[in-house]
Ligand binder design. Structure first.
Ligand code: HEM
Length: 407
């Protein structure tokens, strides 16, 4: 099996997220490999990056051929990927909806889809706006803030915590636990334990006294067999949502703050927040790359021979840039929802509606209350938080005038 482009070693997947010009990287990969390229996840661990729009639809829709169950990953079975690999939190199998196929997936997915459908959007908007205002009140006086660490990440977590019936204090604790889990450092295991303890606590409380929240809904759902499955469903939703929502909010701010087409939005700029949200989903989808599917037999995809047990990473950002669907002009993006930011097939994100509501509310509330908000560093200095999966800016330091201050 040829797994290497002529003359050079495989490109690390993180080059598609951390380089200043990630699009340049995937375009080069496409020229060299076509729509499916061999990349490196960590030294000695390779996988296929699916960059073709139609190939990505094939991989996500044909679950009998491309399984979501990471126990089918050959490099894991053979011990090439260590059990304590930093890839674990995103890639290793867990007994939840993301790692299941077929009928088992549908059983675990139904409670999530039903739960998302039951969300009261007006109430959610009010709640998210209130918590955004509370956060903004906490830093307005200073006239400066980091819109990622002080705002986007916290709004995303507190909004999710509220969906599950957790209070603000527990929301902050959950965020700390999640950061430890995904930091892949020494405290990752402790973070994981604390994460499950907090969710277990609210689960127990709602068993005693049900309320109108997702935890109570999942507990009452006939498709979930026991508390362990309820807890796994909660964990799957929160961990899938936190990073993606934080990144969507942050990337939307970055676009509005750096692109002259959005400058002065409040003073009648040409494009509004919804346009920025759509443009980000096309150009910089919150999940740049999504793990993974595993080939169930030898097959062919985009002209490449895929071996049984190979991992295939969903190159959502690269697929949006496939020249067969995107000619390069931003105009085709406005109001066009044919992008793959939510992926496709049975595992397509179940929550684009609440995710948009949280993101739009977070961005609009900040723009409304922070006047003349502008970056306090050169845009070229904005580095992404290191991750092979997302391209979230590590920070967005801004200065502003509080509403009511004289210009
Ligand atoms: C309220 C916020 C969100 C919630 C509750 C949520 C929940 C989930 C869940 C439970 C899954 C697993 C579904 C399955 O395996 O069947 C999932 C998958 C996914 N979500 Fe979300 N999500 C949220 C926000 C976002 C955002 C903002 C994005 C980015 C635009 C996003 C993109 C994705 C993608 C790409 C997948 C993977 C689909 C695949 O594996 O094919 N999600 N989400």
């Amino acid at each position: 099996m040829i797994h290497q482009a002529r003359g050079s070693g495989p490109v690390p997947l993180s080059a598609t997220t951390t380089c200043p010009d990630p699009r340049g990287v995937t375009r080069r990969l496409r020229r060299e490999w076509g729509d499916v390229a061999w990349v490196e996840l960590e030294p000695g661990v390779g996988a296929w990056l699916v960059m073709g729009y139609y190939e990505l639809l094939t991989v996500t829709r044909q679950e009998k051929l491309f399984s979501s169950d990471a126990r089918n990953w050959r490099l894991f079975q053979e011990g090439v990927v260590a059990p304590d690999s930093g890839l674990g939190p995103m890639m290793f199998w867990r007994p939840n909806v993301a790692g299941a196929d077929g009928a088992e997936h549908r059983r675990l997915r139904r409670p999530i889809d039903d739960g998302v459908r039951r969300i009261d959007q007006r109430r959610m908007r009010r709640t998210v706006e209130a918590l955004c205002r509370q956060l903004i009140d906490g830093f307005t006086e200073k006239g400066r803030a980091d819109l990622v660490g002080d705002y986007a990440a916290v709004v995303a977590m507190l909004a999710l915590a509220d969906m599950f019936g957790l209070g603000t204090g527990q929301g902050h604790e959950l965020l700390a636990a999640l950061r430890a889990m995904f930091g892949s450092a020494g405290d990752a295991q402790a973070g994981n334990r604390r994460f499950e303890e907090i969710l277990g606590g609210v689960l127990e409380a709602r068993r005693q006294a049900p309320a109108d929240d997702l935890t109570s809904h999942l507990l009452a759902h006939a498709d979930l067999r026991d508390d362990a499955e309820v807890l796994q469903s909660m964990a799957a939703m929160i961990s899938a949502a936190q990073e993606a929502t934080t990144t969507w909010i942050s990337q939307t701010f970055r676009l509005i703050l750096t692109d002259p087409r959005f400058a002065g939005r409040l003073r009648g700029g040409r494009l509004g927040v919804d346009d920025a949200l759509d443009e980000v989903l096309w150009r910089d989808p919150p999940m740049t790359n999504m793990p993974a599917r595993y080939a169930m037999r030898d097959t062919e995809l985009g002209g490449r021979r895929i071996a049984r047990g190979d991992a295939l990473i969903l190159g959502l950002s690269a697929a949006n840039d496939d020249p067969r669907v995107h000619g390069g002009a931003t105009e085709i993006e406005l109001g066009n929802r044919a992008h793959l930011a939510w992926s496709a097939g049975p595992h397509v994100c179940p929550a684009p509606v609440p995710a948009r509501l949280i993101t739009r509310t977070a961005v609009e509330t900040a723009l409304h209350h922070l006047h003349d908000v502008r970056l306090s560093v050169d845009p070229a200095e904005l580095a992404p938080h290191p991750s092979p999966w997302t391209r979230c800016p590590a920070s967005l330091p801004v200065r502003f005038r509080a509403a009511g201050d004289r210009p």
